[in-house]
Design a binder for this molecule. Structure first.
Ligand code: AQP
Length: 329
């Protein structure tokens, strides 16, 4: 029997932080290595266009850098399809087809759209359409599972709604996907632990390729709460709880184990232990990434080969969709 298909992507919209890693990328590697799934992991470069970087050179650099992140973390093109979704026109075609069954009101209610459009500048239409493109990214491969952080739950729910709506209107065409969360589905900002750590707010982030000194400095100055006991309480102690989540995410320990270890430690000593664990966990990643970044041609080849393979699968599905709606004569 064929393995269930699993799809997820990350935007090349800046350096990856520990939230992207513990909520998504680390899990991608574990899921790939479990051997239980047929894995598709993509660079969501069309999504990242909702916030254009300074110039085309910067865009290219971000794409190559994210490819290096994928490989340095342990994704393997021999085991997973790794591709750039802009190179597969069927994603954009399906986005348009799905847009005509997507209620505009639902899109305007998406938290990410509301948050980003509230940040001042006028929101672009791409931000509004983002969840439809995400639905197309998933549905085009018949994905059963989608490993994501919990900030994407609302978008995934819309994907399921669109699949159901399409199927009931045009006949069974799409699989309704399910989300997969890690034990750390939402890493919080180091500056304000009531908000999500977010690439677009770099001052809140612990980046995967920060130097050990930067990691130590950032964790040392992370906002914590009054009191001194290391305890897990997201409401009363969001800062310490966030550091506990990060610690457990990189060590594989459980929260009770981490609390037991920290008994008698003050916040300063606990933060030192968290920083040491993060530095140790990320050291091999940093070394591999540095090495990969000296081989741009190899990174481009991985993407081109993966995109060509993914396009074959997507082209079959878009043809099926066109037949279902009656535009393939
Ligand atoms: N703070 C987080 N905790 C856990 N998971 C997270 N993810 C993002 N932030 C956290 C998950 O990382 C994957 C890739 O995210 P993305 O790059 O596609 O976009 P994003 O969610 O928009 O990431 P950012 O960092 O928050 O960027 P901006 O600032 O541009 O919005 C997804 O699976 C996401 O859930």
């Amino acid at each position: 029997m064929s393995k269930p298909i699993l799809v997820s992507g990350i935007q090349p919209s800046g350096r990856l932080h520990i939230g992207n890693y513990l909520g998504a990328l680390k899990n991608f590697v574990d899921l790939q290595n479990s051997g239980k799934y047929s894995c598709y992991f993509f660079l969501a470069d069309l999504h990242s266009l909702t916030e254009y970087p300074a110039n085309a050179g910067e865009q290219k650099k971000r794409i190559l850098e994210l490819t290096a992140d994928f490989l340095a973390a342990g994704l393997d093109p021999k085991k997973s399809l790794i591709y750039q979704h802009s190179q597969i026109p069927a994603h954009a075609e399906l986005t348009w087809i799905l847009s005509s069954i997507a209620p505009e009101g639902d899109l305007r209610r998406m938290t990410q759209y509301k948050d980003k459009s509230a940040r001042g500048e006028e929101a672009n239409a791409g931000l509004l359409f983002y969840p439809i493109l995400m639905a197309a990214d998933i549905l085009i491969y018949d994905a059963k599972f989608v490993p994501v952080g919990n900030d994407q739950d609302q978008h995934l729910e819309l994907t399921r709604t669109l699949a159901r709506k399409f199927n009931s209107k045009f006949g069974k065409t799409f699989v309704e996907p399910q989300g997969l969360h890690t034990a750390t589905p939402r890493v919080m900002s180091l500056k304000d632990p009531t908000k999500k750590m977010s690439k677009s707010q770099p001052e809140t982030c612990l980046f995967l390729d920060d130097s050990p000194a930067e990691i130590e400095k950032k964790i040392k100055s992370a906002t914590t709460d009054s009191g001194s006991a290391v305890r897990y309480d997201q409401k009363e102690k969001p800062g310490i709880s966030n550091l506990l989540d990060i610690y457990c995410g990189v060590t594989g320990k459980t929260v009770p184990q981490a609390i037991k270890e920290s008994k008698g430690k003050n916040y300063g000593a606990f933060k030192q232990a968290v920083a040491a664990a993060v530095v140790k966990h990320l050291a091999p990643f940093r070394t591999r990434k540095r090495e990969l970044m000296t081989h741009n041609a190899k990174l481009k080849m991985v993407l081109a080969a993966g995109s060509a393979r993914a396009a074959k699968v997507a082209n079959v599905k878009i043809a099926e969709v066109k037949r279902a709606i009656g535009i393939a004569l």
